[in-house]
Design a protein around this ligand. Structure first.
Ligand code: BGC
Length: 513
């Protein structure tokens, strides 16, 4: 079947060009400080500007002391608040779990050695394809590294239909190959059919990587459930699909989106030691000393002291030892296609936040505390209250919460809402959104503590929650201060973009060397 593209090639070119231009500028800036191919030591690295945080507006309903807070919200606050002591406890537990994962396989935090041991130095050249699969969109990019830090990029996005996510694995991989074929056919610079194109594959799921271009899928996440993929080498599956579809491409690198984010950001900001995704799913990768990875038996064969580790922190605490799961989180987990897995992801990531809010609203409708006890078909349907609605509601600072009214009445089709209803819904979004940001900060604090970088470190963060959700970065920053005290000022959170495209191409280029 022909893949459906989300954006036409011509439309994305402008975006890609401007992203490319920014990238060029960044590369040029980074060249003088990034000439060492090994991951550089922390000392004497330049500090870069962090993202600018919006000032969070503290409204009356942010304030615990007010008398007129609906009692439902007071009750929910007790369940969703994560105080500083709890965050510290989470940090301690995560550091211990990270160590366990570095020691042995089959631990909750998988701590996967990425086999990426070098950073780009700006001199890499060549033309690479980069694929990005990790959510509802599949992206195909052509990245041209021209040397001297100059990069050009074209891309095309395709929608991954629900039936492909949960159908047969071969169909999913055939779809990917069809998309690549369609991209190659449409690209203005017609690809030379004789030349075997090299490809970096960003596959953002837990993969036990056995080399830079081989890895076995351990489990699906984020609503994917395609059969016959878990337990198999995803590069081989992709390569076989290319073969079936007669696409002349060689997969030379397999990359997690967090590793791609770290590598592409380190290219412009060499003090980057951590890459984090806060989007549909969540995860982090960081730079570890090879000597601290006892489970890596052939460590001596790597000509480096360091390697990037993909933590797969989304799985953290699936035994439920420290995470403050509420009754609503348990419900989300039980009804998910991967119950008792990805506990941290389910309280943080964009895939689940709207669903948590939906379940809280249904509960309050049941008790008659919301919408005069009236619901709607949309609200009764799983995953139909999107995290993007929460964003819109949290951004609504009108006196009568008119945009919240539009979301609830026009989109969610609640027959009628009062201002109190809307205050309650906004309050629920704040509680769930703030908890997500605070728990993400705890994850970052754990990694910074583990690698002993409290004196300074840049964290590259990509994903829609961090980029678009109101106050998210501020709330993370507040929590970091509560956990780390003054040292929090040394941790720079920077917005990263497109690690999955550029990062994959750079890693493919490095793999070639
Ligand atoms: C996956 C990770 C990925 C993260 C962000 C999680 O569900 O397990 O591999 O990095 O989502 O895309």
């Amino acid at each position: 079947m022909e893949p459906t593209s989300l954006f036409l090639f011509g439309l994305t070119t402008g975006v890609a060009v401007s992203a490319g231009a920014r990238y060029v500028e960044n590369l040029v800036m980074s060249r003088s400080v990034s000439s060492s191919p090994a991951l550089p030591p922390l000392a004497d690295r330049p500090r870069r500007r962090s993202v600018r945080y919006q000032d969070e507006v503290h409204r009356p309903d942010d304030d615990d002391s007010g008398d007129d807070i609906p009692s439902a919200l007071v009750r929910l606050r007790k369940q969703f608040n994560v105080p500083a002591e709890k965050l510290t406890q989470i940090v301690r537990h995560m550091v211990a779990e990270m160590k366990k994962g570095l020691h042995d396989d089959h631990q909750t935090m998988k701590m996967i050695p990425s086999h990426v041991i070098r950073r780009p130095n700006g001199n890499e050249t060549g033309s690479f394809l980069a694929l990005d699969l990790g959510g509802s969109n599949f992206r195909v990019c052509e990245v041209i590294l021209e040397g001297n830090g100059i990069t050009r990029m074209r891309q095309k996005k395709f929608t991954v239909r629900e039936d492909l996510k949960t159908g047969g694995g071969a169909e999913l991989f055939d779809f990917l190959a069809d998309c690549v074929a369609s991209f190659m056919a449409e690209t203005e610079n017609k690809f030379n059919k004789e030349e075997r194109k090299k490809l970096g594959f960003t596959f953002s799921f837990p993969v036990q990587q056995t080399s830079i271009n081989a890895g076995v899928l351990m489990s699906w996440t984020k609503g994917f459930h395609a059969s016959d993929v878990v337990g198999n080498d995803v590069v081989q599956l992709l390569q076989e699909a290319f073969h079936r579809k007669n696409v002349n491409v060689n997969v030379t690198a397999l990359v997690n989106d967090t590793t791609g984010t770290l590598i592409s950001h380190a290219y412009q900001s060499p003090n980057t030691y951590i890459g984090v995704i806060l989007g549909t799913g969540t995860n982090a990768a960081y730079v570890e000393q090879l000597g601290n990875i006892p489970k890596l038996k052939d460590a001596a064969s790597f000509n480096s002291d360091e390697m990037i580790i993909n933590t797969e922190w989304g799985a953290f605490d699936q035994e439920n030892v420290v995470l403050p799961f509420t009754e609503y989180d348990f419900k989300v987990d039980r009804a998910s296609i991967n119950p008792r897995q990805q506990a941290f992801e389910k309280v943080i990531s964009g895939m689940y936040l709207g669903e948590i809010v939906r379940l809280v609203m249904l509960d309050l409708i049941e008790t008659g505390e919301l919408f005069a006890g009236k619901s709607s078909e949309i609200l009764k349907t799983k995953y139909q209250f999107e995290t993007a609605y929460m964003s819109r509601i949290e951004r609504d600072h009108t006196l009568d919460l008119s945009d919240t009214k539009a979301v609830l009445e026009d989109i969610v089709k609640i027959p009628k809402t009062s201002r109190t209803d809307r205050v309650i819904v906004k309050g629920i979004c704040e509680l769930v959104g703030r908890r997500s940001a605070r728990l993400s900060a705890a994850g970052i604090a754990a990694i910074v503590t583990k690698i002993n970088r409290l004196d300074g470190c840049t964290v590259a963060v990509d994903g829609s929650l961090f980029e678009l959700y109101p106050h998210f970065a501020n709330r993370m920053r507040d929590a970091l201060r509560e956990i780390l005290g003054l040292s929090a000022e040394n941790i720079v959170l920077e917005q990263a973009r497109d690690g999955s495209g550029q990062g994959a191409a750079l890693i493919a280029a490095l793999a070639e060397e």
